[in-house]
Design a protein around this ligand. Structure first.
Ligand code: GLN
Ligand code: ZN
Length: 760
């Protein structure tokens, strides 16, 4: 073995967005699924996007380009495929791409993998299932193919692969499999094989992503770091290894990694700090890739501060490269395609391309001194001054109201509310409902586009949306759902809809980021104090209520979720911003109630997402997050039933906080994980209403009546009947009307069956 002699690079990013500046990959993939595009067509769109991304970064001045962060669906799923760890139920699908999509989305008779959030981001990955029968086997086709493409284009490629520890830490043991880290040594030979194959392509660096190492790790996990990376460093043939961490500090994992023979470490110096890194003797012969440009948020980098951070590392490492703190997967492509940005706000921001420029500027300053970049430094300083003095940052009215009511966050005890609401609402046992949205049909999108293009006026838009609402209400009456929703046709997105109506936000035109698969979101930019100008939802809900005698559930997005799914100002504590949003939502609940709305759902699907990765930081977060929700929901009368909705996450760690929300009814994602969350709720003494999802809406599959009946019977083992609600996992906006109608019919029928059993 001889250690590779790769020369260090100076400027890079840890990964790239893949969906395309105009969501080309989304469109092509959906066309492929619909049979409108063949595999060759899809592959050529994908190859073009990769080539564009790499050459843009290369031209901009990066001297090492991540390759392999492209994915048709998800990079954790790609890793499972690479390691032969797909579940046996998809093995029968001959075509490899269709097999990948089947694992991701399911088919009529194959259940998909579970999906959950990628650390504390709004990106969702597919959770690999590993059982005693899983036999790891390397298939490096994808990464080798992309390396070949990049080399053909003359790109200084640095292949990126998810590391073995993170792969196992993010997977789920099935079929009686014990702790997954026990199997890490089995993965080592396959990674060695992979390193050898990559070395054969002639690239000199490989990046192994180990973001899981920024979480709290137990002793066996910490020990595994040294064992695995020492083994990999001793490979017969390999490129230089960069182990990349992001989303926080490495903590005790840092020294373990630094002790191994890997050549480089990437560290997140936005979410984490240089503490423990600067001065660590083991780094003296390593490349430190310093993530000083925020890959998660959109604010322009304080270049002076970044330079001083970099300076603290210079003496400690053999070489320092400048990088984004994490992959650029989490930010939009460029501010150049934002025509409506005001000129002042524009100068405060940096999206993907602009971040690449910042990285190149910083690397230039590091290499040749700051004189080479004085213009860039001046511009950044001026922008920071302009931003700090912008009057939109402060709304004294909002600050005054908050100061006077910020302690008022409690309602009457839940059991008393339950009695009052029972009389007020008169619902059957196991009430059926949905989470809010109905399919966002082409017709709805066309109407929205027509309004935007000025082809129809606001009056016509309202008429058409009311037609959509009345159709959805009629459908629910026909299906026999007990609590009706208006269907959210007027909402392009559950956060953006509110952001557009609140002061303090800017909604981008093209700022798409991938959420999961082909699903993209456009997080608004929360730059100043938040204030509600006028009621935001009341007219739509009141219209829906006018069409039915059944209760219509008003639909709002909660403060934590609005915060989590926006790019949030970094100049004040999140808790303060959360309370400002909460106040706006609270005012909305009061107006809905005054207009006769008896049930109001305040969605908090992102409650778990913002949970800090380190246990020591979690209590403080949960305190303010729960506090913001309670501020938003405690302004109504006892008779008004507050619902909340949570999804896409493992909720185990926040169960007590869910109880702390004190919502009368909580609907929660559960279908893919077979109701497991109910036992956790039970163990935590949760005794409010709960609707575990019985219909997985992330897949086009129609669940049968029997299947839903079985799930409800399982649920009843953990929840007494008088607290159980029946609903899908999440909103229905991404689904088609036919499958939704069939699924909801089965849901209502299953509820009726189980209700009859209970009444017997
Ligand atoms: N009310 C929203 C909807 O139904 C909730 C969506 C979500 O939880 N992501 O679309
Ligand atoms: Zn949801």
């Amino acid at each position: 073995m001889s250690a590779p002699t790769a020369s260090p690079f100076t400027a890079t990013v840890l990964g790239s967005a893949r969906i395309g500046p105009n969501r080309e990959l989304k469109k092509a993939t959906e066309a492929y699924w619909a049979g409108r595009l063949d595999r060759g067509g899809l592959e050529s769109v994908a190859a073009q996007l990769r080539a564009d991304t790499w050459s843009r970064q290369h031209t901009a001045g990066l001297d090492s380009i991540p390759v392999g962060t492209f994915s048709y669906y998800d990079h954790v799923l790609d890793t499972a495929i690479m390691l032969g760890a797909l579940p046996p139920r998809v093995a029968g699908i001959a075509d490899d791409l269709d097999r990948c999509f089947a694992a991701a989305r399911g088919t009529d008779d194959i259940a998909p993998l579970e999906m959950t959030k990628w650390f504390d981001t709004n990106y969702h990955y597919l959770v690999p299932e590993i059982g005693p029968g899983t036999v790891f086997e390397l298939d490096a086709t994808k990464i080798l193919g992309e390396i070949a493409e990049a080399r053909e284009l003359g790109v200084p490629a640095r292949p990126v692969v998810l590391g073995p520890l993170t792969f196992l830490l993010l997977s789920k043991p099935v079929d009686g499999q014990g702790p997954l880290l026990d199997r890490v040594d089995e993965l080592v030979p396959h990674y060695l094989d992979l390193l050898a194959q990559i070395a054969d392509t002639g690239v000199d660096w490989v990046q192994l992503d180990e973001p899981a190492l920024v979480r709290d790790l137990d002793r066996p996990a910490l020990d595994a770091i040294g064992r695995v990376y020492d083994a990999l460093a001793q490979a017969q043939k390999r490129p230089a290894i960069l182990v990349a961490s992001y989303f926080g500090s490495l903590g005790p994992a840092l020294e373990r990694l630094a002790h191994t023979g890997v050549e480089g470490l990437a560290v997140d110096l936005v979410a984490g700090t240089t503490t423990g890194i600067a001065g660590l003797p083991e780094l003296a012969d390593k490349l430190v890739v310093a993530g000083v440009v925020d890959g998660r948020n959109v604010w322009r980098t304080d270049l002076e501060q970044a330079l001083s951070t970099l300076a603290t590392l210079l003496g400690s490492a053999a070489a320092v490269a400048v990088s984004s703190s994490c992959s650029l997967l989490h930010v939009p492509y460029t501010i150049d395609t934002e025509p409506d940005l005001d000129e002042s706000l524009r100068t405060w921001l940096a999206f993907g391309n602009e971040k690449v420029s910042e990285i190149v500027t910083l690397a230039t300053a590091l290499r040749t001194g700051r004189d080479a970049v004085t213009d860039e430094l001046d511009a950044a300083r001026t922008a920071a001054q302009v931003r700090a003095s912008d009057p939109r940052l402060r709304n004294d009215r909002v600050r005054g109201v908050l100061a006077s009511i910020s302690t008022d966050r409690t309602r009457t005890p839940a059991d008393r509310r339950r009695e009052i609401q029972r009389r007020h609402l008169d619902l059957p046992l196991l009430p059926t409902t949905t989470i809010g949205s109905y399919p966002q049909t082409t017709r709805i999108r066309v109407t929205r586009a027509a309004l935007r293009a000025g082809e129809i006026d606001h009056g016509e838009y309202v008429r058409r949306m009311r037609d959509e609402i009345s159709e959805v209400v009629a459908l629910q009456e026909e299906l026999g759902l007990d609590v009706v929703v208006h269907g959210e046709p007027e909402r392009n997105d559950m956060v953006q809809y509110f952001a557009e109506q609140l002061d303090g936000f800017f909604a981008t035109a093209n700022g798409w980021v991938q959420s999961y698969g082909t699903r993209c979101v456009r997080p608004p930019i929360l730059y100043g104090d938040v204030a509600r100008r006028a009621p935001m939802t009341v007219e739509w809900i009141v219209y829906a209520q006018s069409l039915t005698d059944k209760p219509v559930k008003g639909m709002l997005t909660g403060p934590v979720t609005i915060l989590a799914w926006s790019f949030v100002r970094d100049d004040q504590p999140l808790a303060e911003t959360a309370d400002q949003i909460a106040l706006a939502i609270r005012d909305e609940t009061v107006d809905l109630q005054a207009a006769g709305v008896r049930i109001i759902q305040v969605d908090e699907p992102a409650l778990r997402e913002l949970l800090p990765l380190r246990a020591s930081e979690q209590p403080d977060y949960l305190k303010w997050a729960v506090g913001a929700f309670r501020l938003a929901t405690s302004g109504v009368a006892d008779s008004t039933q507050i619902h909340t909705h949570l999804c896409y996450s493992e909720f185990g760690e926040v169960i007590e906080a869910i109880a702390g929300l004190d919502a009368d009814v909580t609907s929660i994602e559960a279908a893919r994980s077979h109701m497991e969350v109910l036992d956790d709720l039970d163990a935590a003494g949760f005794d409010l209403g709960v609707g575990p999802g019985v219909y997985d809406i992330h897949s086009p599959r129609v669940p049968s009546e029997d299947e839903i009946t079985a799930l409800l019977r399982t649920a009843l083992q953990a929840v007494p009947a008088d607290r159980l609600w029946v609903n899908p996992d999440c909103g229905l906006k991404t689904r088609g009307t036919t499958e939704v109608t069939a699924s909801l019919a089965n849901l209502v029928a299953a509820a009726a069956t189980v209700r009859a059993e209970l009444n017997r």
